[in-house]
Design a protein around this ligand. Sequence first.
Ligand SMILES: CSC[C@H]1O[C@H](OP(=O)(O)O)[C@H](O)[C@@H]1O
Length: 350
Amino acid sequence: MLQTIEWKNSTLWLLDQTLLPNRIEFIECHSFQRVAQAIKRLEVRGAPAIGAAAAFGLVLGAKELCNDSDFGTNIERVAEELRQTRPTAVNLFWAIERMMSIIHKANCDKDIIDLVKDLEKEAISIASEDCAINHKISQYGAQLFNEPVSVLTHCNAGALATAGFGTALGVIRQAFSEGKITRVFADETRPLLQGARLTAWELMQENIPVTLITDNMAGWVMKKNMVQAVIVGADRITLNGDVANKIGTYSVAVLAKEHKIPFYVAAPVSTFDFTMESGLNIPIEERHADEVAQFAGVLTAPKGVEVFNPAFDVTPNSLISAIITEYGVLEQPYHEAIIALQQKKIKGVL
Ligand SMILES: CSC[C@H]1O[C@H](OP(=O)(O)O)[C@H](O)[C@@H]1O
């Protein structure tokens, strides 16, 4: 499995996901600005992956500020520039907050060089923990399947979207290894085709049977009983269990309800926003019109046409059969289960 993110010799290497599946190239990041640019461009993407990338971006920023007389002020500027990259995935803010807490807890006379070493260790922990978390999510998720089934997934919530192994695709990998999932139907996921370019590619690397479909085929595939479950990732989950995920997820959830197919969400606790009651207030990133009106630089719509290009939508908790986390599977009523998760986190039990 290719490394989505690698910290080597104080340099962050990112697999350039905009070039997949045709080219495998890595971006060498020596500055936090280059990391911020990679997040904005989706050269690195996926909620856990952008959180880990931002954490290393902060390390790069701190190293640049080692001899800065106003380190405290300027590292905040680095954090803010990284926060501004993408608004929806809460993992980005969670990771930046976790890194900044290392700085805020350091006493004033701590040597900056030592502080940078602490930050580097924290970023490495965020990435390595994510891998372990993915495996826990995958084991819990695989237990939801008792007989061989085909599943549908949307976008890419795989190793490419995390620091390794994946959330929704992690469950698929684990369930496939146990003979419980026999085929995956991957929505191409317009406009940026994370399903066609990334999910189909990831699964084919491991000989997991995958059938690529266009987004508008999902309903018919369900109607024809070609899939028996849906599993997707998440970018932000609120206290009541509403889920923000790639645009088109809400439509898939409505179709799954109509066809009485279970709709599962797989996500680490770092994707939960414990400050937000419901999905009503989740900021939805809107991206450039060209992503919709062009393909590979070729106009596929009249020049100048008005475009609405939200990168995410929100699925209400009522459409979600279960939320799979590294601490187990949450079921309705989600508010109680998520508050309990929050209490354990506060007590340090998690
Ligand atoms: C485990 S990744 C979660 C999530 O992130 C993706 O969005 P993007 O490709 O724009 O970063 C997609 O919504 C995945 O499901």
